[in-house]
Design a protein around this ligand. Structure first.
Ligand code: FPP
Length: 254
């Protein structure tokens, strides 16, 4: 099945169609080993590659990784520079394998503060992977859920001002289509590693009905077993989207 064939809301309880991940705990992972935070982020990049491959193998069509939040600019300058350099390096290095594996990569977020070098490699990777239909991979960078909702409102306001959209036409579907992830369906499963139980301004609109999975494992240690455990946990969830259990699994007559 191609990645464009999915419905916006999946009632499939067994396998998530879209996994979103807050990759937290790189710094603590490094500290515990007497390593620098930068080495933690490098191992985080290894773990990011691993979950892409695991998702491909598991037949999961959409994966979104939170790589840098709107608030992460407030980190020490050296760490921000290191992360930006790591994004450039990983995108350049992974491009051939993304194309070969039919992975379509998009970077979602505000690009205004990225270097020209980073913007250039993002544009190149997005263009050269645009036809990939095995997995849609979204890297959220300089992303925030509030930024996303604000930019969608601004986009629609411009369309209204230009006479292209009537205010009465703005419903949830129209709003959703203006969000950065569109047309990717909402995440079924949100994983957060590193022990914190919060969303941290990630996909605020899109996670309205996501199943939230929190694990103490630090991101660099999130391996195949941890991935399978999260998928197994998800398979046990009863997703009702506001309906009753009887509506979801009607009792057999007789
Ligand atoms: C959170 O851990 C992690 C980040 C802010 C950066 C995430 C970046 C990567 C995983 C590497 C690059 C990824 C790609 C997709 C190229 P933290 O630093 O907040 O950890 P801490 O809470 O232990 O300090």
């Amino acid at each position: 099945m191609g990645i464009a064939d999915d419905s916006a809301v999946s009632l499939n309880q067994n396998r998530p169609q879209h996994i979103a991940v807050v990759m937290d705990g790189n710094g603590r992972w490094a500290q515990e080993r007497g390593l620098s935070r930068g080495e933690g982020h490098q191992q985080g990049a290894v773990a990011a590659k691993r979950i892409v491959e695991l998702s491909l193998r598991a037949g999961i069509p959409h994966l979104t990784l939170f790589a840098f939040s709107s608030e992460n600019w407030q980190r020490p300058e050296a760490e921000v520079e290191l992360l930006m350099a790591l994004f450039v390096q990983r995108l350049e290095a992974e491009l051939p394998s993304l194309i070969e594996q039919q992975i379509r990569l998009r970077v979602v977020g505000n690009r205004a503060n990225f270097s020209n070098e980073l913007i250039a490699i993002i544009n190149r990777v997005e263009t050269e992977t645009a036809h990939g239909d095995a997995l849609s991979l979204q890297i959220a960078a300089d992303y925030g859920g509030r930024w996303d909702i604000t930019q969608a409102a601004r986009l629609m306001a411009r369309q209204v001002a230009a006479g292209e959209l009537q205010p009465e036409q703005i419903d949830e579907a129209v709003f959703q289509s203006a969000l950065a992830l569109s047309p990717v369906p909402d995440p079924d499963l949100l994983i957060r590693t590193g022990g914190e139980c919060r969303i941290s301004n990630f996909l605020l609109w899109q996670c309205a009905y996501s199943e939230l999975y929190f694990t103490d494992i630090c991101w660099p240690d999130f391996d195949e077993q941890a991935f399978n455990e999260s998928i197994g946990w998800y398979a046990q969830r009863s997703r009702r989207f506001g309906r009753t259990q009887e509506q979801i699994t009607p009792r057999q007559a007789g």
